[in-house]
Design a protein around this ligand. Structure first.
Ligand code: BGC
Length: 713
């Protein structure tokens, strides 16, 4: 019997109470009442219940409830389970879908072994504002990159068959617009015009749906006045209608009843009605559905078809996971297996972005004494990042441990310099300076602890917290060469760091194997290959700052810096700049150095006239002109020069990692179809308008070889 038939049969036997029960997700393990509830068929899913407890609940559901419908166990497995990978923003810096897919596969494997069926990942919220703490959990500012990587994560979690006990169901979140929170303040209001929503915020979700994502989560935010959890336009019209999504939609934690605080529902009853009508199938944590849907049905305020549709979607996922046949599904994967740790090390290596290097890195093998400074050099917990629920500090290999192992303890001297990275004290600085004086090179680990990013952890300032800059200034004043490794959950304003340091490596929160990965890079065992998935501003005053912006009618002229930082001046001319700071980012989207140098040459377009519905090939030669084997990430950008609506100055349309030996060259090729050039016009139709286009193939969103072509009818 097929899945839909089995669902029909179940629905025919279910009472309204049992149907509503399926729509309830309960957080954590409860008490005797919970057990009674499960026996009555009053719960469809749990989150954050694992192992034996989960198995015991499952037994109650399967053996002691009237219809024996299995429970679905969900958990936030965001960037690893026990083996923690770099935070998603760090993984995004790899520009490597294969790596990201593998990280999700391993996370799924370890989580499924502990009884998890369903993860609340990937998060594919576009974030153009690094003040927003949850930028750490997503793929950054670009819809194309987030779509590629989000789809890869879905494939990694789910594989090709959800019944595989090594795989778990994915959940693309937070649908939608959550990352556009005003002022970067978490949970804040969002205003996103429909065209921007469709061109920038929706595509990563659509890519996840196309990749087979079993579920989606409705977000906390109010989108254009309508809470995302009560938003019939995004949920029913776009997701379930236009995209024909047939999986389940779960609300975010309490987001159903938060519609009361939003001012869009008078009470829990109205909130429940609004959410179900809009297309939410399962309520996470709060119990407005459980409390009110039955009576709303009885009163005729809620059609039974809506409930049946929601329950059908929930049962469909349970059936696809094979839970009816194997409710206790598990695998025997060992957490922290050597191949998992090796993959985490590789992921951490690929996620690090080298921002500055005057030649100090990689350190020569003959390097003498090394002073390792900074509280983040030896903190196994903080390096795990913001969503490492099941990660353990004691599993981590810290940079200090890895460097000591690689160089020999006698060559490494550690001085924390500060009690922790938020500390405002100066007490430990003199000892760090003394260690620096005795060393040939200083490695300073600075940045943010894991608790400074993630949910409800937004910041108004983006500089180094506490007295870290003071510590760095004091280290630099010794005259010893200083390499700074920045650990952070977001792009920080690193101009004062880059000014003082000889080299800056952005390592994000690199996970369990962050230490060995960073040591590999510092010591030249591998060359950095990460690229920025989000623009790095000079100052928080420039935010929001993102590369795929519109041009304005008065674009800043060329690359000439407008004024000196911090000095308010009269505008020389009336252009879209600032009076008191350079309008350009410190480092653009896509930027990252390696231990080599690369040139781009011989740009070739297969045609200069592209017919609507056809594709052209763009090719260029990338040559490693330096002295180290390294990986370049070649990027393709386009600009629609004249259109019925203003179009961004650049949009990423392709990227390719190419590893080359010194002197070696490779031809990179990108296919560009006219559909890739489409956008939503004023009537909200997706169109590619004939006309001239510019393209670039290059190392980041700032440079590149330029070409032009024309789209013709
Ligand atoms: C977060 C979600 C998460 C959920 C369950 C919420 O607070 O916004 O991202 O999946 O909690 O833990």
């Amino acid at each position: 019997m097929g899945i839909e038939e089995r669902i029909d049969q179940l629905l025919a036997r279910m009472t309204p109470a049992e149907k509503v029960g399926q729509m309830r997700q309960i957080a954590g393990s409860g008490d005797d009442d919970t057990e009674a509830l499960i026996r009555q068929g009053g719960a469809g899913s749990f989150l954050n219940v694992l192992g034996e407890q989960a198995a015991a609940y499952q037994r109650l559901a399967v053996e002691e409830s009237r219809l024996g419908i299995p429970l679905l166990f969900g958990r936030d497995v965001i960037h690893g389970f026990r083996t923690i990978f770099p935070i998603p923003l760090g993984q995004a810096a790899s520009f490597d879908p294969g790596l990201v897919r593998e990280a999700a596969r391993i996370a799924a494997r370890e989580a499924a072994a502990a009884g998890v069926h369903w993860t609340f990942a990937p998060m594919v919220d576009i974030a153009r504002d690094p003040r927003w703490g949850r930028i750490a959990e997503g793929c950054g500012e670009d819809p194309y990159l987030a779509a590629c990587l989000g789809a890869a994560m879905v494939q990694g979690f789910q594989g090709s068959d959800l019944r595989d006990p090594e795989r778990i169901a994915a959940c693309a979140k937070h649908y939608v617009g959550y990352g556009a929170a005003e002022g970067g303040r978490d949970y804040n209001t969002t205003y996103i015009p429909e065209g921007l929503l469709r061109d920038v915020y929706l595509p990563p979700f659509e890519a996840c749906v196309r990749a087979g994502a079993a579920t989606l989560m409705s977000a906390f935010n109010n989108l254009n006045g309508v809470p995302a959890t009560g938003n019939a336009f995004t949920l029913r019209k776009v997701l379930k209608g236009e995209w024909a999504f047939d999986g389940l939609v779960v609300s975010d934690w309490n987001s159903v009843i938060e519609m009361i605080a939003h001012g869009c529902a008078a009470d829990e009853r109205e909130a429940a009605l609004c959410a179900v009508a809009a297309g939410v199938d399962m309520e996470m944590t709060s119990a407005a559905f459980a409390g009110h849907l039955e009576s709303l049905l009885a009163e005729g305020r809620l059609p039974l078809e809506l409930i049946d549709e929601a329950v059908r979607r929930i049962l469909r996922i349970k059936l696809r996971l094979g839970l009816f046949d194997d409710p206790y599904r598990r695998n025997t994967a060992v957490p922290l297996a050597p191949e998992h740790l090796e993959a985490a090390r590789q992921a951490a290596r690929e996620s690090c972005v080298l921002l500055k290097n005057d030649g100090l890195l990689p350190l020569a093998s003959t390097v003498g004494r090394v002073a390792v400074v900074g509280p983040l050099a030896n903190d196994g917990g903080e390096q795990l990042g913001c969503w490492a629920f099941d990660g353990r500090a004691e599993d981590s290999v810290t940079p200090l441990a890895a460097l000591s192992a690689a160089l020999g303890e006698e060559r490494v001297r550690y001085a924390p310099g500060l009690d922790d990275c938020r500390s405002c004290g100066e007490r430990l600085i003199p000892a760090a300076v003394a260690a620096a004086r005795e060393a040939d090179v200083v490695l300073a680990f600075l940045g943010e602890d894991a608790g400074l990013s993630g949910e409800a952890h937004s910041r108004a300032f983006l500089d180094l917290p506490g007295t870290q800059q003071q510590l760095l200034d004091a280290l630099a004043a010794t005259g010893r060469p200083v390499a700074v490794v920045v650990m952070a959950g977001r792009p920080l304003t690193l101009e004062p760091v880059a000014e003082k340091a000889n080299a800056v490596l952005l390592a994000w929160h690199p996970g369990t194997m962050g230490g060995p990965a960073i040591a590999d890079l510092l010591l030249g065992v591998a060359s950095p290959s990460g690229r920025l998935p989000a623009t790095m501003p000079r100052t928080v005053g420039q935010v929001p700052l993102y590369y795929n912006r519109m041009n304005t009618g008065r674009p800043p002229r060329g690359d000439a810096p407008c004024v000196t930082t911090g000095t308010p001046l009269d505008p020389v001319r009336h252009y879209a700049t600032y009076l008191d700071v350079d309008h350009r980012p410190l480092f653009p989207f896509g930027y990252g150095l390696t231990y080599s140098t690369f040139t781009y040459s011989d740009l070739e377009l297969s045609t200069r006239e592209l017919k609507l519905g056809e594709a052209l090939t763009v090719a260029a030669t990338v040559t490693n002109t330096g002295r180290a084997r390294a990986t370049e990430v070649a990027q393709l950008y386009v600009r629609d020069l004249v259109a019925s609506l203003a179009r961004p100055v650049r949009e990423l349309k392709g990227f390719q990692r190419v590893e080359l030996a010194p002197g070696e060259a490779a031809r990179v090729r990108f296919a560009l179809h006219t559909d890739d050039l489409s956008f939503h016009n004023a009537e909200m139709r997706r169109v590619t308008e004939p006309g001239r286009f510019q393209l670039w193939v290059g190392p980041d969103a700032r440079g590149g070889l330029q070409g032009q072509f024309e789209v013709v009818e």
